[in-house]
Design a protein around this ligand. Structure first.
Ligand code: MG
Length: 380
């Protein structure tokens, strides 16, 4: 016996998006739908193993989508969803999990909370499914005319993952092999097993139409928007070049500093750290630490980027202003934005570099040093 296995059913042919690609392999925010779905289970602590049931023609698509993830070897599905689930369950006969969660590949937003509620439901019931109470008034129609109003009391919309004790759901699938039922809970009900209803969520919808795909895209791109600000100054010292935004710019002076004194990347690193509530560059790279002496500043910026990624976030855009009389920024602006985009692994169109003077006023006006200001927007 070994814990809880998730069985992801991805053997369908359905595509209502106009292309030939089955919907579970369609790209959603740059990744196949199946990868989003599978990742939800791989990242859930109550799940021990994940296996995907695929169509016989889809092995190449599967390998491309999730081949690098830590999954059990996929199994081939059958001619109907019910048959595909049965083949998936039979494939677990060596593993013999205590419980199994059966889930539609086209529902990428099941999330930890729903998965855990289903698993908790299995402690007291043979099965548990997430469901949503019906709030709309229900009508039975004949063509386009109402025949009657159907009482909605105790009516629920069933979602997945549907959880079951492995031995019982396998038995139900074998006993009811000739019945065509629309979900797995229906087989258990027919066998007289108690199936619990636990709270589902409207966001745990199934991507069926292109409108659903658009809704999913909007959901993924409308996270918690954060903004951070950074400011830095370095003074001039004798030298023949300055590092600005990761680019070596010839100049008749250099910049003094513990690292390579890249004032632009320092301001930008602070802006990103600020956006995600991670303090400032000095906390992560103390100037008292000798190992950062003379360091190229791209390692500071890469660290800030990695912290964003570790929080499941994305850098939406950055905007940076270099403040000095000389050197002139504009000839190097393109190279600077390219270099920053490369370090942050984002599109160069999301990186803006500006240069300004202070009209001869103040320390920058007297050419005593260079100042930089940066703003970063992060979606968490
Ligand atoms: Mg600095």
């Amino acid at each position: 016996m070994s814990g809880c296995t998730a069985l992801i059913v991805a053997a369908g042919r359905g595509s209502r998006f106009g292309g030939d690609l089955p919907k579970q392999y369609t790209l959603l925010a740059g990744q196949p739908v199946l990868r989003h779905t599978v990742s939800a289970f791989l990242n859930c602590p109550v799940i021990d193993n994940v296996r995907v049931v695929i169509h016989r023609d889809d092995r190449g698509l599967y390998d491309q989508a999730v081949g690098d993830l830590n999954l059990l070897e996929p199994v081939l599905g059958g001619d109907s969803r019910q048959e595909s689930v049965r083949f998936g369950l039979e494939s677990l006969s060596d593993l013999v999990p205590d419980t199994v969660l059966i889930h539609d590949a086209a529902r990428p937003f099941s999330g930890n909370e729903i998965i855990e509620r289903v698993v908790i439901g299995l402690q007291t019931h043979s099965g548990a499914i997430p469901a949503i109470a019906v709030n709309d008034t229900l009508k039975r129609g004949d063509q386009n005319t109402i025949v009657e109003t159907v009482p909605r009391d105790n009516l629920w919309r069933a979602q997945t993952p549907q959880g079951f004790r492995y031995a019982e759901i396998l038995l139900a699938h074998h006993q009811l092999v000739d019945d065509e039922l629309t979900d797995d809970a229906a087989l258990m009900e027919k066998n007289g097993c108690a199936v619990a209803l636990v709270d589902g969520h409207e966001n745990n919808f199934k991507i069926t139409t292109s409108a659903d795909l658009l809704r999913a895209e909007i959901m993924l791109n409308s996270g918690d928007i954060r903004t951070g600000y950074g400011y830095d100054v370095h003074r001039f010292e004798p030298g023949d070049q300055v590092m600005l935004c990761g680019v070596s710019v010839p100049h008749d002076q250099g910049l003094a500093g513990h690292s390579d004194a890249d004032v632009g990347l320092h301001a930008l690193t602070d802006a990103i750290l600020g956006a995600i509530g991670e303090g400032d560059i000095g906390i992560h790279f103390p100037p008292s630490d000798e190992q950062w002496r003379g360091s190229p500043s791209d390692i500071f910026l890469a660290k800030a980027r990695d912290l964003v990624i570790a929080k499941g976030g994305t850098i939406q855009n950055v905007d940076l202003t270099l403040i000095c009389e000389h050197p002139k920024v504009s000839p190097h602006r393109h190279a600077m934005s390219q270099r920053i985009a490369e370090i942050l692994k984002i599109d160069p169109s999301r990186v803006n570099i500006k240069g300004t003077t202070t009209e001869g006023l103040g320390f920058t006006g007297r050419s005593e040093g260079i100042a930089a200001q940066a703003v970063a927007t992060v979606c968490l």
